[in-house]
Design a protein around this ligand. Structure first.
Ligand code: CP
Length: 305
C-alpha cells in the first residue's frame, strides 16, 4: 500500500505517466467513469479549502466512486482532542483512500503511519502540497508543450508558499530548468529549498526583489498569495501583502508564450484584467488538478484502466 506525502516520492517516470493518464481522461472521460464503482474517498480537511477538497470529491465522483468526510476540524472529534493517528485508524474502517489537509507540517505523514488505506497529503502547513504540484506539472506540460528548457519565475511568498517548494522540487528533475525567485527579503525561499534542492542539485537560480527586471526572461510566471494564516504578526503581513500585484502594464515586456500560473486562491496579487490575457493559465490549472487527482486515485488504489 502506498501513500503520497511529498512530490519527491514520485519518480519522474511516474509523474509523466500520471500526466499521460490525465490527458487520456480528458480525451476519453467515459472510459474512466465506472473504474472506482464501490470505492470511497474520505476528505479530512482541518484547514479551509475550495479547490483541493472539491476537486478530490469531483475526481472520485467522476470515477464512479463515493465521498465522505469533514471540511473543518471543529465538526470532527479533533475538537474533542482526538489525535490524527486515531482519526486515520478510524477513517480507514470507512474509506478506501483518504485525502488530508492539516495546518501542522507532518500530520499526513503521521496519518499514513497509522492508516490501513492510502493517505494523500492535500497540504500540510507551509510544508508540502503534492497534488497542487501535479496540477501545476500537467498545466506546464499542456500549456508550454514541454517540461524542459524552461525559465520559471516564482513570485510572492516563497517562504510559506508550500506549492512553490513542491514545484521547485519537481521541476528540478527536468533538463535545463532555471528558477528566478522573486520575493521580498523577508519571504525568500527557506534555506532547505535553496541548499538541499537547488544548490545540491546544481540547478541554476537567481533571486531578485524586482519583477520588472526579469519579466522578459520568463517562460512561466508562478504567482503566489502572501499567506496571512502563516504569519506570526498581522503588522508584518499588512506590510508585505501587496509586495507584488501583477497588472496588464507589468506584462508589457513579457514573452508572447508566457504561461501565467497561480495555485489560487488569489487575493489581489493578480489584477482581474489579467484574466482576459490568453497567457493566463490559472483557471486551466484548477481544471487540470481534477484530472491529475483522478489519475492519482487510480494509481494509489491500483486500479488498472
Ligand atoms: N490551491 C489550493 O490548494 O486551493 P484551496 O486552498 O482552495 O484548496
Amino acid at each position: 500500500m502506498r501513500s503520497l506525502i511529498s512530490i519527491e516520492e514520485l519518480s519522474r517516470e511516474e509523474i509523466d505517466s500520471l500526466i499521460s493518464t490525465a490527458n487520456d481522461i480528458i480525451a476519453n472521460p467515459k472510459k474512466y467513469s465506472e473504474l472506482c464503482r464501490g470505492k470511497k474517498l474520505a476528505t479530512l480537511f482541518y484547514e479551509p479549502s475550495t479547490r483541493t477538497r472539491l476537486s478530490f470529491e469531483a475526481a472520485m465522483y467522476e470515477l464512479g466512486g463515493n465521498v465522505l468526510g469533514f471540511s473543518e476540524a471543529q465538526s470532527s472529534s479533533a475538537a474533542k482532542g482526538e489525535s490524527v493517528a486515531d482519526t486515520a485508524r478510524t477513517v480507514s474502517c470507512y474509506a478506501d483512500i483518504i485525502a488530508m489537509r492539516h495546518p501542522k507540517e507532518g500530520a499526513p505523514f503521521v496519518a499514513a503511519q497509522n492508516a490501513s488505506v492510502p493517505i494523500i497529503n492535500a497540504g500540510d502547513g507551509g510544508h508540502n502540497h503534492p497534488t497542487q504540484t501535479l496540477a501545476d506539472l500537467c498545466t506546464i506540460s499542456r500549456e508550454c508543450g514541454r517540461m524542459s528548457n524552461l525559465t520559471i519565475g516564482c513570485c510572492g511568498d516563497l517562504k510559506f508558499g508550500r506549492t512553490v517548494h513542491s514545484l521547485i522540487a519537481a521541476m528540478s528533475r527536468y533538463e535545463n530548468v532555471r528558477f528566478v525567485l522573486i520575493s521580498p527579503e523577508e519571504l525568500r525561499v527557506p534555506s532547505y529549498v535553496r541548499h538541499d534542492i537547488l544548490e545540491r542539485g546544481g540547478i541554476p537560480y537567481s533571486e531578485t526583489q524586482d519583477i520588472s527586471e526579469v519579466m522578459g526572461e520568463l517562460d512561466i510566471l508562478y504567482m503566489t498569495r502572501v499567506q496571512r494564516e502563516r504569519f506570526f504578526s498581522e503588522e508584518e503581513y499588512l506590510r508585505l501583502k501587496d509586495s507584488y500585484i501583477l497588472t496588464a502594464d507589468k506584462l508589457s515586456g513579457a514573452k508572447d508564450s508566457l504561461c501565467i500560473m497561480h495555485p489560487l486562491p488569489r487575493v489581489n496579487e493578480i489584477s482581474v484584467e489579467v484574466d482576459r490575457d490568453p497567457r493566463a493559465c490559472y483557471f486551466k490549472q484548477v481544471l487540470y488538478g481534477k484530472y491529475m487527482r483522478m489519475a492519482l486515485i487510480l494509481m494509489l488504489l491500483g486500479v488498472s484502466v
